[in-house]
Design a protein around this ligand. Structure first.
Ligand SMILES: Cc1ncc(C[n+]2csc(CCOP(=O)(O)OP(=O)(O)O)c2C)c(N)n1
Ligand SMILES: [Mg+2]
Length: 277
């Protein structure tokens, strides 16, 4: 009797293993959820997918670890490059996987404008709360008061709530899950490749950096996951609380899920009009 193939074997570029991730890094959970989604979708191989990433630990997920075509581009520029790929090869699923620094800091304006245009991309932002690859500096997602290597007395700035922010744009799909919400995350991946196949689809994954956040708190990866399970609450409940009632809670869930035409369809209609004119 042949053994069933573990989903990761089918989509993982095994010759690149072991990964460069730190022991216990939650990036592995995100990869696994994505692979499980592909398996449940019946995806044989990833020839219909192109992955684009910027620079950072999380940007290593597609390149080199996913067995698919990928572009590992400049820091912060994953979205413009992915936009170019989608416009030239609209039949492919173009997926960006990158960090909170890459997408919300140096690439922040690209993120906003791609969402505004409802650009036909899937964007997965791994929010590990810091610049992990460059050793844990402050990011625009670092919670207020959190100690980092560049804010040893606690972050004096306010963070962006990126998913909430994008929820106010024309993006078709916006969700935030934590790494402790494996099933919901996996289902969200399926949703953006099957039920909602067009427009801008954004999934934020809350996954604190093991080395520069979790270890600084003197917690093990498992202990941190248990803590996160306690802290995650449905977003409707979270936003109904007053600021001083929110404490350390993290809002999770789907901010919006629509299936209106994305940039490509609107642009094609525009070209048709121009040709007729
Ligand atoms: C133009 C440019 N500026 C700065 C850097 C240095 N740099 C490399 S990765 C990185 C931040 C990565 O943070 P994030 O995107 O959150 O990824 P993580 O490593 O946390 O997964 C920075 C600032 C760079 N490579 N290029
Ligand atoms: Mg980061």
């Amino acid at each position: 009797m042949s053994m069933p193939i573990h989903p990761s074997r089918r989509y993982l570029r095994e010759e690149t293993l072991p990964t460069a991730f730190c022991p216990g890094c939650y990036n592995g959970i995100v990869m696994n959820a994505l692979f499980q989604a592909f398996k449940e979708m019946g995806v044989e191989d990833l020839r219909d997918y192109v992955f684009v990433s910027g620079i950072g630990c999380s940007s290593w997920i597609p390149s080199p670890y996913i067995k698919a075509d990928s572009i590992h581009t400049l820091h912060g520029r994953a979205i413009p490059v992915a936009t170019g790929v989608k416009l030239s090869r609209p039949e492919l699923n173009v997926v960006v996987i990158a960090g909170d620094g890459d997408l919300a800091s140096i690439g922040g304006n690209h993120l906003l404008h791609a969402a505004r245009r409802n650009m036909d991309l899937v964007v997965v932002m791994i929010n590990n709360l810091v610049y992990g690859m460059t050793r844990g500096q402050l990011a625009p997602t670092t919670p207020r008061g959190m100690k980092t290597i560049t804010t040893p007395y606690g972050n004096p700035e306010n963070p962006f709530d990126v998913a909430r922010l994008l929820g106010y744009t024309e993006a078709n799909y916006v969700a935030r899950w934590c790494v402790c919400n494996y099933i919901q995350l996996k289902n969200s991946f399926k949703e953006v490749f099957t039920r909602i196949k067009r427009g801008f689809r954004f999934i934020e994954v809350y996954a604190p950096c093991i080395t520069y956040v979790v270890r600084r708190e003197k917690k093990s990866p498992g202990e941190k996951l248990k803590e996160l399970m306690r802290r995650c609450i449905p977003l409707k409940k979270y936003y109904s609380l007053l600021d001083n009632e929110r404490g350390d809670k993290i809002p999770i869930g789907v901010y919006k899920a629509e299936d209106k035409p994305g940039f490509l369809e609107n642009y094609r209609a525009y070209i048709r009009k121009a040709m007729e004119g």
